[in-house]
Write a protein that binds this ligand. Structure first.
Ligand code: DMJ
Length: 789
């Protein structure tokens, strides 16, 4: 008994020592490796908290409700509840979507347990009577199974399962893919959006299959091609790659791809494009597919589509939705899903623009405490009649803890190593711990306007949001150290890679059975060969454009020359070389690790706040929320006041005045200086700028104004006789500039009594006075840093 007590005592002692050591290892916001390690571990704990809650209260259903602690299931009674049923196929979605996060945590025991649980729970033949969305099932379930299989079978990974693993994840992936593949048997080869895993189309209304979107129709190509590499059965790649290209064929003359169309007739329902919902992963997978499979055709599609977006849909701070035919803006909003795009820009090497686009989402987070599903960047049309307010600028108000903002933050951090992004991660971590954590998981916001939560935790919270946050802090993750060049995160953040051996085996062994898919593809190819040619090629279009710009006199050789220069610029990643998931900046860009370029060298850091002040309206519950980039503990550590060009715009009012213009001395007046004290023999004839400061505002120097300075004032110090103060004032004046020259923060000015109050200054006496501390008063307002000597 004594022994046990001693052991317990020793254990507690060790814990205390460990805690003391831990807290001394870093001061917050130093972002040293101990600090990052702590945050990483906190994220891991949050992940397991929610994952275990799911296992206890949600499993074997698809999700757990984080507030009420009950399973979130398919809507078994109303099959047409698409919002629920598209995603929840009753196949333990949260479990499968979490597998690769556990793998990334490197926890082999938990990984083995979870992999076994999948085996026990999901029926081997996937014969589930559920109508689901092909896209959602592909990215969450098929992708989750494939990625976990890659981890389980890769001896270089911490969670390698060795011979005890019987490939059942891959077997399941194949069975599932076979159940999804009939959705591609359309007249165009573009898939219908939904299928019943057991009965295919028998129970499905035409309504449920007559409209698909660009992201959903094209994206399965990546997971299915990966499956071909793993099984050597090439039908998965052939069928879905054909659909990807067919979807791209739907683009307009401007190379803009409409979001919504009929998969069977290719009728376009709406000629709108953008970077968010319904088209997001089309772009993402053109680029990522090109990296994973060394596919130059896919890169060409990415380059052409990105180029077209840059010409027609790009503003400084975001991409907006445009008409695919005219290139004109259609909607004045951006959506939460488009926050992924800076991550893809980083992968392609366009880091500078990615930084700008990502900042927009930071400002949205500052304002709404999450990213509203849809936010209006310009005031509603009937401006003037209805006042602009938070309700009419947030069009869709929920924030389901989507991962895209943290995903882009992660990519930007890997590319720049700017602590700015670690600071964002830290804030998201705090928000997860304090604002989004409930008894059984994490609940996003039902409405950013009211701050009300939603009792739902979609599987991507564990599959993506927490994964990217963990990886942000995990400098030494095996993914970051990998020299693998064919490696990406799927759109659901499932890591996928191809080794040279896998490629070689696939190329040697691949086959395609002469089955229904083969016949179907042959038929489609024949059909399209006989149809009229599709839109002109990119090359034709660039040539056309150049002819217009250069004039018809140019010889064909000149044009060819120009054309190859233009194409060279478009087709090749501009700034970075890929290495696995981490772009490497070229050597000539000198980067200091842990420097914050954005905070110090980016003059437009606060431009969005100014430009979009009319529609970035804080809801009431966010009124006192601090902005992430100017959070004092971070800001003061990393902002370099000597050199920075980025500082918060002052929120104070300043005004300039002259005491009189009949000066009797030469200008400019030269003060004598001692430390931070400037003695001015006279202020007459000088142009004085004073700033009106109040606690909580940002001053001329970009600093938050602390209430401390006000607390130090007491009524007796004031000048009851002349000005009748009863309470210390709520605002003060500070002299900040004289004759247009701004003085350093905390400067003190001493001036001459006779100059201000002597006989020749009699005309000033009803404006100027001074208090017991001899601080100057202007119209009874204390100028706190000017003393009458
Ligand atoms: C995820 O399922 C994927 O990231 C998808 O590409 C978009 N939607 C969700 C997350 O928001």
């Amino acid at each position: 008994m004594v022994l046990v007590e001693n052991v317990v005592y020793l254990f507690h002692l060790l814990q205390i020592v460990r805690l003391c050591l831990a807290s001394e290892r870093f001061t917050p916001f130093s972002f040293n490796r101990y600090e990052l390690e702590d945050y990483k571990n906190e994220v891991r704990d949050l992940f397991y908290f929610a994952f275990d809650s799911y296992l206890t209260h949600g499993y074997p259903y698809d999700e757990v409700k984080p507030i009420s602690c009950v399973p979130k299931t398919r809507n078994f009674t109303h099959e047409h509840d698409l919002i629920t049923n598209d995603v929840l196929g009753n196949f333990t979605t949260t479990l499968v979507d979490s597998l690769s996060t556990i793998a990334i945590l490197g926890d082999v025991d938990r990984f083995a347990e979870a992999v076994e649980l999948v085996d026990k729970t999901i029926p081997a033949d996937f014969s589930l009577d559920v109508t689901i969305q092909v896209f959602e099932t592909t990215i969450r379930i098929l992708g989750g199974l494939i990625s976990a299989h890659l981890y389980a079978t890769d001896p270089t990974k911490k969670v390698y399962l060795g011979p005890s693993y019987n490939n059942h994840l891959l077997t399941k992936a194949k069975v599932l893919a076979d159940r999804l593949l009939p959705s591609y048997l359309t007249r165009t080869g573009i898939p219908v959006p939904r299928i019943n895993l057991r009965s295919q189309f028998q129970k499905i209304d035409y309504m449920l299959v007559s409209e698909n979107n660009a992201a959903a129709a094209a994206s399965p190509m990546l997971e299915f091609t990966m499956l071909s590499y793993l099984t050597h059965d090439d039908k998965y790649r052939e069928v879905t790659a054909y659909a990807f290209k067919k979807t791209w064929d739907l683009r307009s003359e401007l190379n803009l791809l409409s979001m919504s169309f009929n998969p069977d007739t290719m009728e376009i329902y709406h000629p709108m494009t953008g970077t968010g919902a319904s088209i997001d992963s089309f772009f993402e997978y053109a680029l990522k597919g090109s990296i994973l499979f060394d596919d130059s055709e896919l890169y060409q599609i990415w380059a052409e589509s990105y180029y077209a977006l840059s010409i027609h849909a790009k503003a400084d701070w975001f991409f907006y939705n445009v008409n695919t035919q005219s290139g004109e803006m259609i909607t004045p909003w951006i959506d939460s899903l488009s926050a992924f795009f800076p991550g893809s820009q980083v992968l392609d090497g366009d880091v500078a623009d990615a930084e700008m686009k990502h900042l927009m989402f930071l400002k949205l987070w500052n304002t709404y405490g999450g990213i509203p599903e849809r936010w209006l960047f310009s005031p509603p049309r009937d401006r003037g009649r209805t006042p602009v307010n938070v309700s009419n600028t947030v069009q869709l108000g929920w924030y389901a803890l989507r991962p895209e903002f943290v995903e882009s933050t992660y990519f930007l951090y890997r590319a720049t190593k700017d602590v700015f992004y670690l600071n964002i991660g830290w804030h998201i971590l705090q928000d997860l711990k304090t604002r989004f954590k409930f008894e059984c998981g994490f609940a996003g916001l039902q409405n950013v306007i009211t701050g009300e939560h939603q009792d739902r935790m979609e599987s991507f919270v564990l599959g993506e949001t927490l994964k990217y946050l963990y990886l942000l802090f995990d400098e030494s993750n095996e993914l970051h150290k990998s020299s693998q060049r064919n490696q990406i995160f799927s759109t659901e953040a499932h890591p996928m890679w191809l080794t040279p051996k896998m490629k070689e085996q696939y190329n040697r062994n691949k086959f395609m059975d002469h089955d229904i898919y083969f016949t179907h593809l042959e038929h489609l190819k024949k059909l399209s060969a006989t149809r009229r040619k599709g839109p002109p090629s990119f090359q034709d279009k660039v040539l056309g454009l150049l002819k217009l710009t250069l004039g018809v006199e140019n010889t064909d050789e000149e044009l060819d020359d120009e054309l190859s220069k233009t194409l060279a610029a478009v087709h090749h990643p501009r700034h970075t070389i890929m290495h696995g998931t981490c772009p490497v900046l070229p050597k000539d860009k000198k980067l200091t690790f842990y420097h914050s370029r954005l905070l110090n060298d980016f003059p437009q850091l606060f431009r969005i706040d100014h430009n979009y002040a009319a529609t970035l309206i804080k809801p009431k519950w966010r009124q006192n929320a601090q902005h992430i980039e100017t959070f004092p503990d971070f800001y003061y550590r990393w902002y370099d006041r000597r050199t920075s060009v980025s500082q918060p715009a002052p929120l104070t009012a300043s005004f300039e005045f002259m005491l009189d213009s009949k000066h009797t001395h030469p200008l400019p007046v030269k003060p004598t200086k001692q430390g931070n004290v400037y003695y001015f023999p006279t202020l007459h004839g000088c142009k004085l700028r004073v700033e009106r400061i109040m606690p909580g505002l940002i001053d001329t120097y970009g600093d938050y104004i602390s209430p401390k300075i006000f607390k130090s004032l007491c009524p007796e110090d004031l000048n009851p006789g002349a000005c009748g103060f009863v309470q210390p004032p709520q605002e003060l004046l500070i002299m900040v500039a004289i004759d247009g020259k701004q003085f350093p923060k905390d400067s003190i000015f001493v001036t001459d009594y006779d100059d201000l109050f002597g006989p020749h200054a009699a005309d000033m006496n009803d404006i100027l006075s001074y208090n017991k501390k001899r601080q100057l008063l202007i119209n009874c307002n204390i100028v706190a840093n000017v003393y009458v000597g």
